[in-house]
Design a protein around this ligand. Structure first.
Ligand SMILES: [Zn+2]
Length: 114
């Protein structure tokens, strides 16, 4: 991915065990919460974040909109502070993943930015 100029990725070796002798090296991406959802797609009922880990357990609306002013610079894949389960990737990331043949493993959906 980095050879294809995708920026701001940090991988660490996945902690998996394989049965084969020389398995592929799998990297897990570290995806930090670095952006926010647009206020318009936040749920009306927003319970306080977890007091231990700060996680927000908010119900996500069907359409996810990103807050333009909160988008990180030079990072092609990250998470949203408001919905940690959502992974956001740039067009460059998606194009690269498609070129490298990962499309069968990942489902990409387009989101709007406002
Ligand atoms: Zn927690």
């Amino acid at each position: 991915m980095e050879a294809e100029r995708v920026q701001g990725l940090r991988g660490c070796r996945a902690q998996l065990r394989f049965r084969q002798k020389s398995p592929l090296e799998l990297l897990e991406l570290e995806l930090l919460p670095q952006s926010q959802a647009h206020p318009e797609c936040l749920p009306e009922y927003r319970p306080e974040p977890c007091t231990k880990c700060g996680r927000k357990l908010w119900a996500r609306s069907e359409e996810l909109i990103l807050k333009a002013s909160s988008l990180p610079q030079g990072v092609d894949a990250f998470r949203l502070e408001d919905f940690l389960a959502a992974i956001i990737a740039s067009e460059r990331f998606v194009e690269t993943a498609r070129r490298l043949g990962s499309e069968q493993d990942i489902v990409f959906r387009e989101v709007s930015v406002r």
